[in-house]
Design a protein around this ligand. Structure first.
Ligand code: HEC
Length: 123
């Protein structure tokens, strides 16, 4: 009887320990769909998002609201005055963008915010 109890005890402890370590698995710590916000590049990461979602209205001779978003320098103006972040995060007091379309995904907003935090570089 004592032997059985000892065996049960050891098995339980082994199970608890192996379960406790399951989060060491790389796939759990670093899921493939994690949002990459490290060293964002204007030309590779940021401009493609804006080109896709914003440039159709914010370009040409009569851009929507009078705001151009078709180059690094015109985008930077809207970053510096706070309107770009205000509009994409739907902060009250700003017009929500993209107008009449769903909000950008959290990952896209995080990437734009990271690029601004990293210095709004033209890289
Ligand atoms: C369908 C056309 C359209 C699209 C797409 C669009 N905008 Fe706009 N945007 C407008 C209009 C029109 C205004 C003028 C203000 C208003 O009518 O809400 C404006 C205003 C703005 C403003 C000024 C906001 C303020 O509160 O003063 C910013 C910044 C802006 N847009 C950024 C963006 C960004 C960034 C995107 C893409 C994520 C985008 N827009 C997509 C039409 C558009």
């Amino acid at each position: 009887m004592k032997k059985h109890f000892l065996l049960f005890f050891i098995t339980s402890i082994t199970l608890i320990i192996s379960e406790g370590c399951s989060y060491d698995k790389e796939s759990i710590l670093y899921p493939e769909n994690a949002c990459d916000t490290l060293s964002q590049s204007f030309s590779n990461d940021i401009f493609p998002i804006i080109n896709n979602q914003c440039v159709s209205c914010h370009s040409g001779t009569t851009p929507s609201g009078g705001f151009l978003l078709n180059s690094h320098s015109t985008i930077k103006v809207q970053v510096t005055n706070g309107k770009l972040i205000g509009s994409i995060k739907h902060i009250s007091g700003y017009s929500s963008m993209p107008k009449n379309s769903p909000k950008l995904s959290d990952c896209r907003i995080e990437k734009i915010q990271a690029w601004i935090n990293q210095g709004t570089l033209n890289n």
